[in-house]
Design a binder for this molecule. Structure first.
Ligand code: NAD
Length: 430
C-alpha cells in the first residue's frame, strides 16, 4: 500500500462505545490541525460553529392536539461562501450531531473547491409516525422560524435522511411566500419542475463510483475482478451499487434496515431496486441469501461501501473487515477509534468528506443553474462532476502523501488549510 498509510495516530481520548459525532470529527480535526501547525486562534475559530439556532415548532396534529418539536440549524462556517447543508428528520437528531455534520460540510466544500461554507439542520421527530400533512406543517414552520437564516446568498438547505424533493419544495414555497417572489435557489435537491438539476438524485452514488474507480486504478485493481459490498440501499447505496455494477464490478452483498443479503455469484441490483420499489425494503428479497446484519460489513470482498448511517465501522468490528478499499458513502460511518485499526490492516479508506461530495457538487450546479436561469444537460452535469471528483481525489491523495498520512487526514489537512488561508486573507473583522 502507498506511503499515505504510514502516519501513526495518537490514541484518541477515551470515549463511549457510541461516539459523539462532534467528538469524532474533532479527533480528526485535531490531528490535521497539529500537522498543519494551525495557529491557536484559528484553531479556536474553526472548531466552533459560527451560529447555532434552536427553534421550537408547535404543530396542530390531525386531531387538533398541539405537539411541539425541536428544530436545529447549525452554520459551522461561511468563510468560503453561503453555507450549505442538508436537513434531517429523525428521533435521535441532536445539536452535537448537527455540529459535526455542519463541520463536515465546510470541509467537503473546501475539498471540492465549491464556494460554499458548511451547515446542517434537522428536526427531532419520527417521520414514520407522521402524516404527510403533519410533515408539511413541521417543514413550513421550521422554515418560517429560520427565515432570517436561509437565503440563496446566506444559507442553502438540501435533503438528508428522511427528507426529500417534496420537503425542499415546501421550504422553497414557504421562503418564496415570505419574500414575495419565487426563489428557487434557496434550496437544492428540488423537483426538476421547480428548478432542480438533472443528475442530482444520483449524484452522491455517482461520485462514490468515480472515486472508488479512481482509487482502484491507483492500486492496480480492475473492475472485472472486483467484488463489492454495499451497506444501505437508499439513495446513496443503491445508486453506488448500480453504477459500480455497470462499470463491471460484482456486487456480492447489499443490506438495509430490514436485513443483509449475500450472493457470491453476484446480485442483480436492478431486481433488488425493483423489489424495494414494491416492498419498501429488501426484506424477503429472493435474489440472495439473508445473512445476519453484522456479517455484511465483515464479508470477504474487495470494496466496501458503507452508505447507511454513522458509526457502523467501530473499534469492535474494524479488525474483522476484509475489504481492500472502503468508500464512505455515508457521513461518519467510521468511528475515530476504528481509524488506526483500518490503517494497520492497510485498508485504503476514501473518507466521507471526499467520497460522498458528489451530492453537494451537483447541488452547487443546481444553485448556479437557478441563479442564471439556464439549465444544463445531464451530460454536462455528469462530466463536470466527474472532473471535479477526480481532481479532488488527486489533491487529497497528494496531500496525504506529502504529509505521510492516511487519506482521511490528508482530506482534513487540505480543507482546514484552505479555509484557514481564506480566513487569514480576509482578516478578522472587529
Ligand atoms: P436514505 O434514507 O435514502 O437511505 C438510507 C439507507 O440505509 C436505507 O436503505 C436504510 O434502510 C438503510 N439503513 C438505515 N439504518 C440502517 C442500519 N442500521 N443498518 C443497515 N442499513 C440501514 O439515505 P441516503 O440519502 O442514501 O443517505 C445515506 C447516508 O449518506 C447518510 O449518512 C447521509 O448523510 C449520507 N449522504 C447522503 C447524501 C445524499 O445526497 N443523499 C449526500 C451525502 C451524504
Amino acid at each position: 500500500m502507498s506511503s499515505t498509510q504510514s502516519f501513526i495516530y495518537k490514541e484518541p481520548a477515551p470515549i463511549l462505545d457510541k461516539e459523539n459525532p462532534f467528538e469524532s470529527m474533532m479527533q480528526r480535526f485535531d490531528i490535521a490541525a497539529h500537522l498543519l501547525n494551525l495557529e491557536p486562534g484559528l484553531y479556536e475559530y474553526l472548531k466552533m460553529p459560527v451560529r447555532q439556532v434552536i427553534v421550537s415548532i408547535p404543530i396542530a396534529m390531525d386531531n387538533g392536539e398541539v405537539k411541539v418539536f425541536e428544530g436545529y440549524r447549525v452554520i459551522h462556517n461561511d468563510i468560503l461562501g453561503p453555507s450549505k447543508g442538508g436537513i434531517r428528520y429523525a428521533p435521535d437528531v441532536s445539536l452535537d450531531e448537527m455540529k459535526a455534520l455542519a463541520a463536515w460540510m465546510t470541509w467537503k466544500c473546501a475539498i471540492m473547491s465549491i464556494p460554499f461554507g458548511g451547515a446542517k439542520g434537522g428536526v427531532k421527530c419520527d417521520p414514520s409516525k407522521l402524516s404527510s400533512l403533519q410533515l408539511e406543517k413541521i417543514t413550513r414552520r421550521y422554515t418560517s422560524n429560520l427565515i432570517d437564516i436561509f437565503g440563496p446568498d446566506r444559507d442553502v438547505p438540501a435533503p438528508d435522511m428522511n427528507t426529500n424533493e417534496q420537503t425542499m419544495a415546501w421550504i422553497m414555497d414557504t421562503y418564496s411566500m415570505h419574500m414575495r417572489r419565487t426563489e428557487p435557489a434557496v434550496v437544492t435537491g428540488k423537483p426538476l419542475l421547480l428548478g432542480g438539476s438533472l443528475g442530482r438524485r444520483e449524484a452522491t452514488g455517482r461520485g462514490c463510483m468515480i472515486v472508488t474507480l479512481t482509487a482502484m486504478e491507483k492500486i492496480g485493481m480492475k473492475p472485472k475482478d472486483t467484488s463489492v459490498v454495499v451497506q444501505g440501499f437508499g439513495n446513496v447505496g443503491s445508486v453506488s451499487a448500480q453504477l459500480l455494477r455497470e462499470q463491471g464490478c460484482k456486487i456480492i452483498g447489499i443490506g438495509d434496515i430490514s436485513g443483509a443479503f449475500y450472493n457470491k455469484k453476484g446480485i442483480d441490483v436492478d431486481k433488488a431496486l425493483e423489489w424495494v420499489k414494491h416492498n419498501k425494503t429488501l426484506a424477503g428479497f429472493p435474489g440472495a441469501e439473508q445473512i445476519p446484519q453484522e456479517e455484511l460489513l465483515e464479508l470477504e470482498c474487495d470494496v466496501l461501501v458503507p452508505a447507511a448511517k454513522e458509526d457502523q465501522i467501530t473499534q469492535w468490528n474494524a479488525s474483522k473487515i476484509k475489504a481492500k478499499i472502503i468508500c464512505e458513502g455515508a457521513n461518519g460511518p467510521t468511528s475515530s477509534k476504528a481509524d488506526p485499526i483500518l490503517q494497520e490492516k492497510g485498508i485504503l479508506v476514501i473518507p466521507d468528506i471526499l467520497a460522498n461530495a458528489g451530492g453537494v457538487t451537483v447541488s452547487y450546479f443546481e444553485w448556479v443553474q437557478d441563479r442564471v436561469g439556464y439549465f444544463w444537460s445531464l451530460d454536462r452535469v455528469n462530466s463536470r462532476m466527474e472532473q471535479m471528483m477526480k481532481a479532488a481525489f488527486h489533491s487529497v491523495y497528494e496531500t496525504a502523501e506529502r504529509y505521510n498520512v492516511p487519506l482521511r487526514i490528508g482530506a482534513y489537512i487540505l480543507a482546514i488549510d484552505k479555509v484557514a488561508r481564506t480566513l487569514k486573507i480576509r482578516g478578522i473583522y472587529a
